[in-house]
Design a protein around this ligand. Structure first.
Ligand code: KG4
Ligand code: ZN
Length: 335
């Protein structure tokens, strides 16, 4: 089954053709980074406008690169939640138009389910059940993936997402947008123990995360340095901060390993590209005898191929939308 997938939940306009949820026939992403870089972050209004301008060209290019046509496609999948509402609406309405015009089923896909499914594209042997850590710009979830469309959230962040915490510190340290990625590149080789940031204590729920304390500590540290005329040591502060964020992620994952004893563990979302996190997860999984699956770097960030992968399984479970499908800014993964 060939699915044409559309993804416009944030600042990347993506279209892809995926076969049977596992094989990428094409994957096109039009990045808006050069424009948002001027503002140090994503400007939602600009993102929506750029999606409008590029989505039809990106979809045509995805079909061309896959060597196929709209008539040969079996279904159109689209990210409908969660994300920037104006950005999501562009993709949803475009996908509705395509599905209607071509007489194909329209498959709604949850963005975070897509991030998990990015791993199906990279690991042919991966099948549920497994434990997943989803770390993106807006979400941080520990999820028990019981089947392709059955999820149980066992831990979540109480405040900021891991990606948001990375981006905020990176911006304060003067790294260009996208901050998390640029801080990762620049701080490899820095001393992770040069500075310390408070580890969160969420006592009533062992699998929940919290990043606002370390973010505030980083703001205060840089403020104090500025007031006392010190030049911040960007590389060591960045390395120490990444160490703390990833320690928190690994600590909750370790607790979940001890309690749930999963055989397989999946890392997903934009922050899964982080080099420190990937190294630590490799060690943690080896120590606990858990098989680790991570997406290749090209599928960590937002892309439509992952939506095509999940779209295959959503379609299989009978999830077909009508032309009244709406975009939804905020939605739990298990809904
Ligand atoms: O999943 P994603 O591409 O978009 C959302 O669904 O939010 O995640 C974007 C997040 C951003 O916060 C970005 O800074 C972060 O992922 N990110 C990274 C790295 N690459 C992307 N954070 C740390 N290290 C990286 N290498
Ligand atoms: Zn994402």
């Amino acid at each position: 089954m060939k699915i044409l997938a559309i993804e416009t939940s944030c600042d990347d306009t993506g279209a892809a053709v995926v076969s049977d949820g596992r094989t990428v026939l094409s994957n096109v992403v039009a990045s808006q980074v050069p424009e948002h870089i001027l503002y140090g972050g994503v400007v939602p209004e600009i993102a929506s406008r750029r999606h409008c301008e590029s989505v039809s060209g990106v979809a045509a290019e995805a079909l061309r690169r896959a060597g196929t046509s709209l008539q040969e496609i079996d279904a159109v999948a689209v990210t409908y939640a969660p994300g920037l509402i104006g950005a999501l609406l562009v993709g949803v309405n475009f996908a509705k138009g395509l599905a209607y015009a071509a007489g194909k089923p329209l498959v709604p896909v949850h963005h975070l389910r897509g991030h998990v499914a990015a791993n199906y594209l990279c690991h042919a042997d991966l099948t549920p059940p497994f434990l997943a850590l989803i770390v993106s710009g807006g979400h941080t979830h520990l999820v028990s993936v019981e089947d392709y469309t059955v999820y149980r959230v066992i831990g979540r962040t109480r405040d900021d997402a891991a990606g948001e915490a990375m981006d905020k510190a990176a911006r304060l340290l003067g790294f260009d947008y996208p901050g998390g990625l640029n801080m990762d590149k620049a701080c490899t080789g820095g001393d992770p123990y040069a500075y310390s940031f408070p580890m969160p204590k969420v006592t009533d729920h062992p699998f929940d995360f919290s990043f606002s304390g370390m973010k505030t500590a980083a703001i205060n540290l840089l403020h104090r340095m500025e007031q006392t005329g010190q030049t911040p040591d960007r590389v060591n502060i960045g390395a120490s901060y990444m160490h703390c964020v990833t320690e928190c992620l690994c600590d909750r994952t370790r607790r979940a390993f001890e309690e749930l004893k999963p055989e397989r563990f999946v890392l997903a979302g934009g922050v899964s590209a982080n080099s420190v996190l990937r190294n630590k997860m490799e060690k943690l999984c080896a120590q606990n005898g858990v098989r680790l699956y991570m997406p290749s770097l090209v599928f960590c960030g937002d892309n439509a191929a992952m939506i095509g992968a999940q779209g295959f399984y959503e379609n299989k479970s009978g999830r077909i939308a009508g032309l009244n499908l709406n975009a939804i800014a905020s939605m739990d993964i298990d809904k």
